[in-house]
Design a protein around this ligand. Structure first.
Ligand code: MOS
Length: 758
């Protein structure tokens, strides 16, 4: 593949903990986020959103809004109808995180839909004027929940061409004759991402050229999607995403409001900035939809699974194909000869949901890993022993071998560090004063994803290195990893590497998602560094070169020098000076195994190209452990300790890896006990951080992430798997299983609240 054969032969930086290169700027307030952009002449927009779930707009009362000092313009569908061409959802081959056309007509498709955009001299005036816009509606009946009569249930295959429900053998027959059976329904609620940085957009025109500043995880999709919406040449649009203040799966691709802000800026001839309210962010962006799982599990007396049936349903909008496939994981996690799954989407009158950290695995493994715990109780087996009995080295559905399968090693390492032997087999028997104590565990697994990418790697005359790609720093530490790896592979200090991301003028790359960033970008960087190393070494070995006669294989860049084994060394800058014109930089183009030229073309066009790559099945693995205290009188639930043991291929920066994992675990704790967006009358009832509760440091006193060695050479050339989403998976079930162990009561609906355990 042209990757450095010795990529990890002499590691001095990779694999060692390293603080984020942008960390000091972030904690001192010097770091600028997209929302911090201030342009000369900037004016400010505010949104008005619908207060009915479905119907038509019959009129606007705008005088009071126009009367606000500083108010400039109010745009409605009367101004913009027909001005924006439709684009498809990113997952349907388009660009958008919702295909809904904002201000496209008088139709209202869901509560919280954008119905007007107000522009004023100041953000305060814009907010004031937006609050004074009067809208009258003719409502029509709506169905916003699973239970509502008009909700439409469709097989997932109708939404997604490539979906096929995994199955093997005769699950219903095997279940009927199983010695031990479990049958239960599990439910997870609507959840919203709530990143600190809101879904902001700033647009400025310079003649026919448009510049957009937006915290998005796919600038390529914003550029190409906007071009399609506004009938522009993509080359006329430049999108910047500076540091991003959290996305976790929101800020998916092209936002609905971006084109509105761009059009407003063109009408007014001034740059326009929109900062929506947090309430509006519950409906102008995406969210994790509610899910429902009917699981039936059969086993023989020894605990070997004989049948698994997983029927799942998740909500989606009326008009988009977004849905998550999750039974590909639940059907393949444990050995079982008879499997039947059925996935369905339920179309409701709401905004389109979207990916939220480990989109399918979080709800689907809550269901499966709770059912496994229930089966362990039914069999009188330790839940880890039950998993070991059903461990498998190959996918029971396809027969493909896993490229590595360290699941039980994660359970073993985690159980030991957690002190699993303290656990009594009888629930409700551990006490600590007034607290009932419970210990629970669950598996975490996540299929590896990898994307094509392109990247410029350039050497400066002084031996400095520039790494440039149109990817994004979403807070995951990718800037640091690129700097570390470029420093390692080109033999320069970390401080000599400049990493530039978040600008569509840079070489195209894909979406920051699917835990694919590190895997995809490090392979791309390795290609670029190898090209430059080869050129540097070649010019040093030329007959008149400084290392003439040395063995090429024995040369390597190190500490700003190119060194030969015979002791000779050349400063990198001197070697760079010998390169021919144009040779000091290279454009690396990485295509993963299983991708093709068309996958590179896809990312050049701002579309999705995540692949799993390879003939084997590659997953990252983890085992989650939770200690739960439930107060016997008040029902208060506390989680004094979470511990996870994770195997995710080669770990390049243990410091940022642990941050990702523990961050995910804390979020998982919030998901289990706190997070739920409540729906009533078709609208979200708790759309702010006062009433939508997220876990804080006080909720998670002790959270540990252990790294389990996973030398997986089958997954890809560098042995990388990605772990951005691994940490949150399985926490729901580990906590619920621990609550069961503490109280003897099973909770199959999240979040688990005081009133549920009393
Ligand atoms: Mo993830 S929320 O699939 O990037």
């Amino acid at each position: 593949m042209g990757l450095p054969a010795d990529a990890f032969a002499h590691p001095s930086l990779l694999g060692q903990p390293h603080i984020r290169v942008e960390g000091a700027a972030k904690v001192t307030g010097a770091a600028l986020y997209s929302s911090d952009v201030h342009l000369p002449g900037l004016v400010h927009a505010a949104l008005v959103t619908s207060t009915i779930p479905r119907g038509r707009i019959t009129g606007f009362a705008l005088d009071a809004a126009h009367a606000v000092p500083g108010a400039l313009r109010i745009f409605t569908h009367r101004d913009f109808a027909g001005a924006i061409r439709p684009v498809k959802h990113l997952m349907a081959g388009g660009y958008a995180n919702s295909s809904h056309l904002p201000l496209g007509s008088d139709a209202v498709a869901y509560h919280g839909q954008i119905v007007a955009l107000v522009v004023a001299q100041t953000p305060e005036a814009a907010a004031e004027a937006a609050g004074r816009v009067g809208v009258t509606y003719a409502p029509t009946p709506f169905s916003a929940t699973f239970e509502a009569p008009g909700a439409e249930t469709v097989p997932l295959a109708e939404l997604k061409d490539k979906h096929a429900d995994p199955r093997s053998g005769d699950a219903d027959g095997a279940l009927a004759s199983a010695a031990v059976r479990i049958a239960a329904r599990y439910e997870t609620p609507v959840q919203h991402h709530n990143p600190m940085e809101l879904f902001t957009t700033t647009c400025a025109w310079d003649g026919p050229r448009l510049t957009v500043h937006e915290p998005t995880r796919y600038i390529g999709a914003v550029r190409h999607g906007l071009a399609a919406q506004l009938g522009l040449d993509p080359a006329a649009i430049r999108v910047f995403a500076g540091l991003i203040g959290g996305h976790f799966g929101s800020k998916f691709a092209l936002s609905q409001h971006t084109a509105l802000v761009a059009l407003a800026a063109r009408h007014l001839g001034r740059p326009v900035s929109l900062v929506p309210t947090r309430r509006q962010c519950f409906t102008i962006a995406n969210y994790r939809p509610e899910t429902r799982h009917d699981i039936r599990l059969g086993a023989d007396r020894d605990g070997r699974f004989t049948a698994l049936i997983h029927e799942a349903a998740m909500a989606t909008s009326r008009f988009d194909p977004f849905a998550m496939e999750g039974t590909d994981v639940t059907a393949s996690l444990y050995a079982c000869p008879n499997v039947r799954t059925a996935e369905r989407a339920v179309r409701v009158d709401r905004n389109t949901p979207g990916p939220m950290r480990a989109p399918p695995e979080v709800p689907y493994l809550f269901a499966l890993e709770s059912a496994i715990d229930e089966m362990a109780v039914a069999l009188g087996l330790d839940p880890i022993a039950l998993r070991r009995r059903n461990d498998t080295m190959a996918d029971p559905i396809s027969g493909k071998p896993f490229s590595s399968r360290p699941l039980m090693r994660c359970f073993d390492a985690g159980a030991q560090a957690f002190g699993w032997t303290r656990r009594t087999s009888e629930p409700g028997t551990l006490r600590d004063g007034p607290w009932r104590v419970g210990l629970g565990c669950a598996a975490s697994v996540r299929p590896v994803k990898i994307s094509p990418a392109t990247m410029r790697v350039a050497l400066a005359p002084d031996g400095g290195v520039r790494v440039e790609t149109a990817h994004h720093e979403i807070g995951n530490g990718i800037t640091t990893l690129l700097a570390l790896a470029a420093a390692e592979w080109l033999g320069v200090p970390v401080a000599a590497v400049t990493v530039r991301l978040g600008d569509t003028a840079l070489p195209p790359a894909g979406v920051s998602g699917g835990s694919s960033t590190t895997t995809s970008l490090l392979h791309t960087l390795a290609l670029g560094c190898e090209t430059l190393r080869t050129r540097l070494i070649r010019c040093c070995l030329e007959p008149d070169g400084p290392l003439a006669g040395a063995a090429p294989a024995a040369l390597r860049p190190e500490a700003g020098m190119i060194r030969a084994v015979d002791g000779r060394a050349v400063p990198l800058a001197a070697a760079v000076a010998r390169l021919r014109p144009g040779e000091a930089e290279t454009l690396a183009e990485f295509v993963p195994v299983g991708g093709g030229p068309e996958s590179l073309a896809a990312i050049r066009d701002g579309r999705m190209a995540l692949a799993s790559g390879g003939a084997a099945l590659s997953w990252s693995f983890g085992a989650q452990f939770a200690e739960v205290h439930v107060h016997a009188q008040t029902g208060e639930i506390r989680v004094p300790r979470l511990l996870g043991a994770f195997a995710a291929g080669r770990i390049l920066n243990p410091l940022t890896a642990r941050s990702q994992l523990t961050g995910g675990m804390i979020w998982g704790l919030g998901s289990a006990l706190l997070e739920e967006t409540l729906l009533d009358g078709g609208s979200y009832r708790n759309p702010d951080l006062a009433e939508y509760l997220v876990a804080t440091a006080a909720d998670a006193p002790r959270v540990e992430a252990l790294i389990v060695d996973d030398p997986d050479t089958g997954v890809n050339a560098l042995g990388l798997k990605g772990l951005g989403e691994l940490g949150i998976i399985g926490v729901n079930a580990a906590v619920a299983n621990a609550v069961f162990h503490a109280t003897g009561r099973r909770h199959r609906r999240l979040p688990i609240r005081i009133e549920d355990v009393l």
